[in-house]
Design a protein around this ligand. Structure first.
Ligand code: ABU
Length: 379
């Protein structure tokens, strides 16, 4: 039987590179190991306050019709095929790929505060963030995501056994008091005005954040207050990371803020993509630090492509394999051209069917180990 004494007290080093098993400080250093999500076992969540707020009104029928059931098989098969091919390409590039466990997310559950069924393990970026040698499980704010961590438990145990610091942030109860339960029913212009004033569907009663609301630039991390990330969650994050890191809150003009990685995406030191439809309010912070902000090219996705949980701006949700090499969706030619013109080598990969599940390459991954160490980049 495993005992505590068998757990290694210090990060084990990966022999050939002398890196701790969990080691990542930014979004662009050379990638060595990554978790890639999976859609097998995915369930359509039932409508709940935060999901209803984040979904587009024209998509509500999908959740009303399929909520609690498996995602339609043809959607699962098409996305699983793309994810598997993405894994093959990463491995061919010398990256170790890990996958979450297959879980049946249709299983209903009941806590003292709510009842729900699950969602999926397709987007590790939403729940996991690596900051240095620490891997943090985010609390999340959708009831359907309360138990999402179960799909990653065996991976987390493996990283713990191999010396990683594994932290789980406190989860909110997700009781009715945690939400402004009427938020989604307010007219769009009222919702927009409320978000501009800092009022979102999640209240500040207990900490919550999704890991995908954070983007890493070495010692400096940027986080957005969103429908799933609240102020007390940001406070928890700052205090957990301590003085070694600086966590800055930034904002974007966005009706449905949820996840920063289709709004601001650093590519290499001094260069980041920004979303022209959501220009960062604190642009000066980046300019003063000497960063060039380049507008992402719009998506080529047809208007009728099924997108239930995100916008077509996931065309900028790329994955950097190193400061010169970027994985981009195969049919996003304008994004590919933009990146090539900026001097990058582009690896095109089919991923449109994964878009339908709510994200692209950055969302569908969590980089566990990159070469490199803690550095400052001008902030
Ligand atoms: N989960 C990524 C969200 C991207 C977006 O639509 O802004």
């Amino acid at each position: 039987m495993e005992t505590l004494l068998q757990l290694k007290p210090t990060p084990s080093l990966v022999s050939n590179q002398q890196l701790p098993v969990v080691n990542s400080y930014n979004e662009w250093d050379p990638l060595k190991e990554v978790i890639v999500g999976r859609v097998e076992g995915a369930a359509v969540p039932k409508l709940e306050p935060a999901l209803e707020t984040n979904s587009y009104p024209s998509n509500l029928w999908f959740f009303q019709k399929y909520g609690g059931q498996p995602f339609p098989q043809e959607l699962i098969e098409a996305a699983a095929k793309e994810l598997n091919e993405f894994c093959r390409i990463l491995e061919a590039e010398g990256v170790t790929v890990r996958r979450p466990d297959v879980i049946d997310f249709t299983q209903p559950y009941k806590t003292p505060d709510f009842e729900a069924n699950g969602f999926y393990a397709a987007m590790p970026r939403d729940i996991l963030i690596v900051v240095g040698n620490e891997i943090i499980e985010a609390p999340m704010a959708w009831r359907s995501r309360f138990f999402e961590y179960r799909a990653y438990r065996s991976l987390m145990l493996d990283y713990l056994r191999r010396g990683a610091k594994w932290t789980t942030a406190p989860k909110p109860s997700m009781s009715d008091e945690f939400y402004d339960v009427d938020f989604a029913t307010k007219p769009v212009e009222v919702r927009y005005a409320l978000t501009e004033k800092g009022h979102f569907v999640s209240r500040d009663t207990e900490p919550s954040f999704d890991a995908a609301d954070i983007v890493r630039f070495g010692r400096d991390l940027f986080v957005q207050r969103s429908h799933v990330t609240n102020n007390i969650g940001i406070t928890w994050l700052k205090r957990n990371l301590g003085d070694k890191f600086r966590v800055h809150e930034i904002n974007f003009p966005d009706l449905n803020p949820m996840h920063i990685d289709a709004s601001l995406v650093p590519l290499r030191p001094g260069l980041a993509l920004i979303n022209p439809a959501r220009p960062c309010i604190q642009t000066d912070l980046f300019k003063k630090a000497g960063w060039d902000l380049v507008e992402a090219a719009p998506s080529t996705l047809p208007d009728n492509w099924p997108m239930y949980m995100c916008s077509s701006w996931v065309c900028m949700n790329i994955l950097s394999l190193d400061p010169e090499t970027i994985v981009v969706e195969k049919q996003e030619q304008p994004m590919q051209k933009l990146l090539k013109d900026l001097g990058f080598k582009v690896i095109p990969v089919d991923f449109r069917h994964v878009y339908t599940f709510g994200g692209s390459f950055h969302c569908a991954t969590c980089d566990v180990r990159r070469e490199g160490q803690l550095e400052e980049y001008g902030f």
